[in-house]
Design a protein around this ligand. Structure first.
Ligand code: ACO
Length: 157
C-alpha cells in the first residue's frame, strides 16, 4: 500500500556505520544482484571515513520518524559543476514499493534545485527494477557506458 511519506535525511558519520551495515543486511536481493558480497562493518567504516574527506560526496540515512528506512549516496558538482549524481539509493527490502524511494528522490531534488541544474543516477549491473524506477520518477535514459553501467538524467530547472 502506498502511503504519504515524510522522510528525514540524516548525514552519515562513521559512528553510524552499524546502521548502514544493518541496511545492507536487510537487502539480500539487491546484494545478490550486484554480486553477492555484503560489505563488512569494517568495509563500511573505512568507506565512511574516506567519504568524510570528500566534501562533494553526501551520504545520508533516510529516516521515517525514528526508523531507518534507507540510504542515499550522491555527489554534488559531479560530473560537472552544475550537476549532481546519485550513485546509490537503497530502500530496506521489506519496505520497497511503498513510495519511500520516490519520496527520497523528491526530497533530494528539492534540496538541489536552484543549486544544481541536472541530476544523474548511475545504475550498476543488470538492475532492471532500478531502471524502471528511475524512469517512473522522471529520469530519462541517457547512455550505457559498457554493459554494466547505465546513466539516467533529470533536469532540475
Ligand atoms: N518496476 C516498475 N516500477 C517500479 C519498480 C519496479 N520494479 N519499483 C518501483 N517502481 C515504480 C513504482 O511503481 C512507483 O511508481 P508510481 O509512483 O507511479 O506508483 C515509483 O517507481 C516509485 O516507487 P517506490 O515505491 O518509491 O520505489 P521504492 O521505494 O521501492 O524504491 C528502489 C525504489 C530505490 C529501486 C528500491 O526498490 C531499492 O532500494 N531497490 C534495491 C536497491 C536498488 O536497486 N537501488 C537502485 C540502484 S541504482 C542507483 O541508486 C543510482
Amino acid at each position: 500500500m502506498k502511503v504519504s511519506v515524510q522522510l528525514d535525511f540524516l548525514p552519515v558519520t562513521p559512528d553510524l556505520a552499524p546502521a548502514v551495515h544493518n541496511l545492507y543486511l536487510s537487502c539480500p536481493t539487491y546484494i545478490a544482484l550486484i554480486g553477492g558480497e555484503i560489505p563488512s562493518l569494517n568495509d563500511i567504516e573505512r568507506e565512511l571515513e574516506t567519504l568524510r574527506h570528500d566534501t562533494r560526496r553526501q551520504a545520508v540515512l533516510l529516516r521515517q520518524g525514528e526508523q531507518v528506512v534507507g540510504f542515499l549516496d550522491y555527489k554534488v558538482a559531479h560530473p560537472d559543476l552544475h550537476s549532481a549524481t546519485i550513485s546509490l539509493l537503497l530502500i530496506e527490502e521489506s519496505l520497497q514499493g511503498k513510495g519511500l524511494g520516490k519520496a527520497a528522490v523528491e526530497r533530494l531534488e528539492a534540496l538541489l534545485r536552484g543549486r544544481m541544474e541536472r541530476l544523474y543516477a548511475v545504475v550498476y549491473g543488470h538492475n532492471e527494477q532500478a531502471k524502471r524506477f528511475w524512469e517512473r520518477v522522471g529520469f530519462e535514459h541517457l547512455r550505457d557506458s559498457g554493459p554494466n553501467l547505465s546513466w539516467y538524467l533529470k533536469s532540475l530547472r
